[in-house]
Design a protein around this ligand. Structure first.
Ligand SMILES: [Zn+2]
Length: 303
């Protein structure tokens, strides 16, 4: 949280505590939502992604995988861990384990990410993913590629996905895009080229990209700004640094920490001349003081 002194025209009348208009991207650059996609994906890519996460009905046989059962070792181990961690919730004993294992098997059978085909695994390996299989790791050597290269089987990866963190969103995107490519589909929406939104008028996107923040006009006046937000004035404009310092040392200045600790005129003046201050600074000899006070004290030694 910071405050700084700006030199603006003495006639500058932007409202106090309002973000300067030049710092806000105008609403006219907001694009329209694409009518043909949810997030820039082609229909095929969206469908595959929904299958990956189990948002659409999925059948393990469709990828050549095998449906999980309550007695699949990785499922059973996960269920035992859940029961052990929360016996009050799950109950105890063999029936509770089997019940939880059935629930997990049904859940995971509905998600493509636990039933990848070998093509999916190959695509992930080609993209440098699945390093648990293809690399070794140690604190000294970090990740080291196994030589000759290892390509895990789909069954190995699907079993691995039931433990630990499994696949992340990057793996989902890589597998979906690779499958689209293999099957001859685009992975991005043709209407919006993957943006997820379309221009509300011709040239809008280029204009938005060309837009830049503009600073307030400069001039002979002195004004205090906060830069915690994009930036807004928090004092009137004064004709001299002394007048701004006088205002900062008066009860009128109530921003931030100064509500509680009144600045001296001398401290305020040194701050104004030094230009800017972080909002609060801690040091051994002062404790936590407002940034204005800190800069005021420390620049005083040199001037
Ligand atoms: Zn689209």
């Amino acid at each position: 949280m910071s405050r700084e002194v700006r030199r603006v025209p003495t006639t500058f009348d932007w409202p106090i505590n309002e973000i300067w208009q030049g710092y806000l991207r105008p609403n006219k650059f907001d694009e329209d939502k694409c009518p043909d996609c949810k997030s820039g994906r082609s229909p095929q890519a969206q469908h595959l992604r929904d299958l990956w996460y189990g948002y659409l009905p999925f059948d393990p046989e469709s990828t050549g995988s095998t449906a999980l059962r309550h007695d699949t070792p990785a499922v059973r181990a996960f269920a035992e861990r859940n029961i052990g961690n929360a016996p009050d919730f799950y109950g105890t004993g063999e029936p509770a384990i089997v019940r939880e294992a059935r629930r997990l098997a049904e859940l995971w059978n509905g998600m493509c990410c636990h039933h990848l085909a070998q093509d999916d695994v190959d695509a992930l390996v080609a993209a440098g993913r699945l390093m648990d299989f293809t690399h070794t790791w140690s604190a000294e050597t970090r990740w080291q590629k196994i030589d000759p290269p290892v390509v895990p089987t789909a069954a190995q990866v699907n079993e691995w996905s039931l433990r630990g963190f499994g696949h992340d969103g990057i793996n989902a995107s890589i597998a979906v895009s690779a499958r689209c490519e293999r099957e001859g589909f685009a992975d991005t929406c043709s209407t919006c080229q993957g943006h997820g939104s379309v221009e509300a008028y011709p040239g809008q996107r280029a204009a938005a990209e060309a837009w830049e923040r503009t600073d307030p006009p400069t001039g002979d006046g002195w004004q205090l700004w906060e830069t915690v937000s994009e930036g807004s004035p928090i004092s009137p404009v004064f004709g001299t640094p002394e007048l701004l310092a006088g205002w900062m040392a008066s009860p009128a200045y109530t921003w931030g920490a100064s509500k509680h600790s009144q600045l001296s005129y001398e401290t305020a003046l040194r701050f104004v001349k030094a230009g800017w201050a972080p909002t609060a600074v801690a040091s051994a000899d002062t404790g936590l003081v407002s940034g204005v006070e800190y800069v005021g004290r420390h620049t005083g030694d040199e001037t």
